[in-house]
Design a binder for this molecule. Structure first.
Ligand code: C2E
Ligand code: CA
Ligand code: CA
Ligand code: CA
Length: 280
């Protein structure tokens, strides 16, 4: 055992040590990933219930590491958040998604995806220059801001007053704000009042319990009433079965996302989805 400060004893943990090591190495690799074209975006449909028709897409980043293969964002995004690289990764994600929306718009016009959501991290939200960066991208790319949804977590927004300010300025630019992973962070219903939220993404952990007689099911039912009253659109995340989709629809959910409908897919497959109805 090693003696830690404050009179507490902690055990030396070789696994933790290894993790710090792996993190440092991955961090160094990530620094080169953008330049080497190793990052790419996939898009998961957000669908309307009960038809399953796509109402929008969520952009999700992927990293194809030259030696380790695919690395999950659940692994490298928290790492990038810790070492600050998320600013640059986030910039790349946003610019890439915005160019993609504009491309679809040009190619498919009225049939193009109506909205694309992009995840924005706590660090990005705490950059006071972030809204100006977004405004500049919108102007350069020539994109209608109403096409873009920014997904933020409760914890990120509640972190500091600066983040709340940034969210308000994004709203003023004409973008829509989605509150992501709702119910898992430091949830505060006052956030729904204080921030210009258009979408509420109810976390998968609640959806998992929807078909049973569970507290999660009760909360899912209750949230629908709240969002309706506030004119916020609720999206149920992580829907994996037809039974869940059916139960959510009955509870009043109009939008859902999950493997039951579609997995995240490369942009080229989204194009097929858009071409689909025309070929019939
Ligand atoms: P998230 O924003 O909550 O994204 C939803 C995650 O759930 C995605 O995982 C998606 O692939 C997965 N998912 C969708 N439907 C289902 C389902 O039916 N079952 C299950 N088990 N999972 C489902 P992914 O792509 O691995 O991303 C994980 C997290 O990494 C995201 O959670 C988000 O927090 C973060 N992330 C991903 N891309 C970005 C990004 O571009 N920027 C930032 N800041 N964070 C990102
Ligand atoms: Ca998200
Ligand atoms: Ca989520
Ligand atoms: Ca999540």
């Amino acid at each position: 055992a090693k003696h830690a400060g404050g009179g507490r004893w902690t055990w030396y943990d070789p696994i933790m040590d290894e993790r710090a090591d792996t993190d440092a190495r991955l961090g160094a690799d990530l620094r080169r990933a953008i330049a080497r074209d190793e990052l790419f975006l996939v898009y998961q449909p957000i669908v309307e219930l009960p038809s399953g028709r796509p109402a929008g897409l969520e952009a999700l980043v992927r990293w194809r590491h030259p030696e380790h293969g695919m690395i999950s964002p659940a692994q490298f995004i928290p790492l990038a958040e810790r070492d600050g690289q998320i600013i640059e990764v986030g910039r790349w994600v946003l610019a890439t998604a915005m160019r993609q929306i504009a491309d679809w718009q040009r190619e498919y016009g009225a049939d193009a995806p109506r909205k694309v959501s992009v995840n924005v991290s706590a660090r990005q939200l705490n950059e006071p220059g972030f809204p100006d960066e977004v405004a500049e991208l919108l102007a350069t790319i020539g994109l209608d801001p109403a096409k873009l949804v920014i997904e933020v977590t409760e914890t990120a927004v509640l972190g500091t007053g600066a983040a709340l300010d940034v969210v308000r300025r994004l709203d003023e630019l004409g973008l829509k704000i989605a509150l992501d992973d709702f119910g898992t962070g430091q949830s505060s219903l006052s956030l729904l009042v204080d921030t210009p939220v258009s979408w509420l993404k109810v976390d998968k952990s609640f959806v998992d319990g929807v078909t049973s007689d569970s507290p999660q099911a009760v909360i899912l039912d209750g949230l629908i009433g709240i969002t309706r009253g506030l004119r916020i659109q609720a999206v149920a995340e992580g829907v994996e079965t037809a039974e869940q989709a059916e139960r959510l629809h009955r509870a009043g959910y109009r939008f859902a996302q999950g493997y039951h409908f579609a997995r995240p897919m490369p942009a080229s497959d989204v194009a097929l989805l858009l071409d689909g109805p025309r070929q019939r």
